[in-house]
Design a protein. Structure first.
Lengths: 94, 466
């Protein structure tokens, strides 16, 4: 695999740019190699969900609770207009 | 010994007022000698005035009445800034109280302020903070441990009686151990996570710090239990703790490996002899095949969950925003400039291990290994009541010693992460000091909901050691 190409692709997916892709990829590989260590474990008969079995999730009642303090939703927003969040247009205009 | 009971009985006898006690702790917090606080709660004196009046009227009620408490800056306290030690939340004001905060406020707690941490709780040294590193109160050239470094310091340095932190892979226990205080990582689900800013939701638990084990029990009593706002929280079972001494305690074989510093091994040996001599426990070594794989398993799962949880920081709903030509470039600008290096590294790892083509190779295998780790723990609990091991393989290390090498930093968590993967409870406790006067602590690991067994046992050990 071309790791630097892969790192560029995940950086696109995560919406995060990396300063020096070559150097970052080298360090990335070091840690990936370390992660590969788990291949030594015999995991043939293990379930990926067993660790959750002691938890019994109870769902709460599906009841509507009125929420009126609209300002609470907006006061941390970096840009707003009335009761709308402002964002750049997702499609290019011609 | 309980500092909480002592303070409250002083209120009852009219020796002190809450605002006086608060002032003692608050003024030390304000000095901020070890950079333990990001934000102080200046308005807390108004709350103390109300409690002063109650003391005069002899209406002292609440299990934490007039007790100064600090809170890690990834737990929401209404109307206070909550930064997660990140530029991306530098000016974020919490619009509501976390459930744990609601519960401690109801019992009369006074919130001193918000404590320093590694950005988004990702780190083991408190060096990855946008607000600068925190320093070990026993040696300012060393780290306090992380990620809840500020919380541990605030308790060790009498800036608060108690603190609330969070433990995803050791983030309560490691700083507790490096700063010489108690730190509890509760059973997964024992404490509500509502209002805790998510890092890795299947591993995160809120846990308290204190100087005395009895105080840890008092605050755990207050914060534990089912919360309908967090459906992974559970009703804490009504268990009676009856301990038959000597307990059967297993000590992990790797505690004595060459990866662990000699002084820690010597003191652990000494502690084991002490437990046996006092007939508190019979101790035998145990092995765990999965132990040495736990770090890899942990970082795969934690990064995967973080990459998903931190997708919400997009510059639109809240937090830092850096404009761009279009929506995509705004996202990229905001996230590239808003997050620190370690957070970005972990988001990218998480994105990688979840990407199609790699998912089976990394994430799925890690989940299966997680099952194996829990299974091995449960097998050992057929033979032992509790397990014992160090919290850290090293004494508190020097600032900048590991910060450039992420893998080296990750290995600081070798003794702590497997507990989070299994969802079990563990408690870090202070034992002694090294030749250079640095704290040395160990941890007990229990079965699900063994918190009260920890408290009983450690109260006995605390009284024997004094």
């Amino acid at each position: 695999m071309d790791l630097e190409k892969e790192v560029r692709r995940i950086s696109e997916l995560a919406r995060i740019k990396v300063g020096d892709y070559e150097n970052f990829s080298k360090n990335f590989l070091k840690i990936l190699d370390f992660f590969k260590k788990i291949d030594e474990l015999n995991l043939e008969n293990e379930s990926p969900f067993f660790y959750l079995e002691h938890l019994r999730t109870e769902l709460r009642k599906d009841e509507v609770k009125e929420f009126t303090d609209v300002n609470l939703l907006f006061f941390n927003s970096p840009e707003k207009k009335g009761n709308f969040f402002v964002a750049e247009a997702p499609i290019e205009s011609d | 010994m309980s500092l909480i009971r002592k303070i409250i009985s002083n209120y009852k006898e009219g020796n002190n007022f809450p605002s006086e006690v608060l002032n003692n702790f608050f003024s030390k917090a304000k000095e901020n000698k070890f950079n333990s606080f990001i934000t102080l709660n200046e308005k807390v004196f108004d709350d103390a005035d109300i409690l002063d009046r109650k003391v005069r009227e002899k209406k002292i009620e609440g299990r934490l009445f007039g007790i100064p408490i600090s809170v890690k800056d990834n737990i929401l306290v209404k109307n206070l800034r909550t930064t997660c030690a990140s530029k991306i939340l530098e000016n974020y004001i919490a619009p509501y109280d976390a459930t744990v905060i609601e519960r401690i406020k109801r019992e009369g707690a006074l919130i001193v302020g918000k404590t320093n941490l590694d950005e988004f709780a990702m780190g083991s040294s408190n060096e990855y903070s946008y607000f600068g590193p925190a320093f070990n109160p026993f040696d300012k050239e060393r780290v306090p441990g992380g990620s809840s470094g500020g919380s541990a310091i605030s308790v060790a340095n009498d800036e608060a009686v108690l603190s609330l932190g969070s433990d995803t892979g050791g983030s309560v226990r490691l700083p507790a151990s490096f700063c010489g205080v108690y730190g509890l990582k509760p059973t997964y689900g024992a404490v509500s996570r509502y209002g805790l800013i998510a890092f890795a939701s299947s591993l995160d638990q809120i846990g308290p710090f204190s100087k005395y084990v009895e105080d840890l029990e008092i605050i755990f009593d207050v914060i534990k239990g089912k919360d309908e706002k967090d459906n992974t929280s559970v009703k804490y079972p009504d268990l009676k703790v009856e301990i038959g001494y000597p307990l059967k305690i297993g000590v992990l074989k790797e505690s004595f490996s060459d990866k662990v510093e000699d002084e820690i091994k010597e003191k652990l040996d000494e502690f084991i002899l002490f437990l046996e001599k006092e007939n508190v426990a019979k101790i035998k070594e145990f092995e765990m095949e999965s132990f040495e794989y736990a770090i890899a398993v942990y970082y795969i799962i934690a990064c995967a969950e973080a990459s998903s949880n931190l997708a919400r920081y997009d510059g639109i709903l809240y937090g830092f925003k850096k404009k761009g030509e279009n929506l995509l470039s705004m996202y990229e600008n905001t996230r590239t400039h808003g997050f620190g290096e370690e957070v970005k590294r972990r988001i990218l790892f998480g994105t990688f291990v979840l990407k199609s083509g790699y998912y089976e190779e990394y994430y799925l295998k890690a989940q299966k290994a997680r099952t194996k780790i829990l299974r091995e723990f449960l097998k050992n609990f057929e033979k032992f009541d509790l397990l014992l091991m160090p919290v850290s393989p090293t004494l508190p290390f020097k600032i900048k010693e590991k910060v450039e090498d992420p893998l080296k930093m990750y290995l600081s968590d070798i003794f702590t992460v497997s507990v989070n993967l299994a969802g079990l409870p563990a408690i870090a406790f202070p034992y002694t000091f090294s030749k250079n006067n640095l704290p040395i602590g160990f941890q007990f690991i229990g079965k699900f909901f063994d918190e009260y067994l920890f408290f009983s046992l450690l109260k006995k050990i605390e009284s024997l050691l004094n």
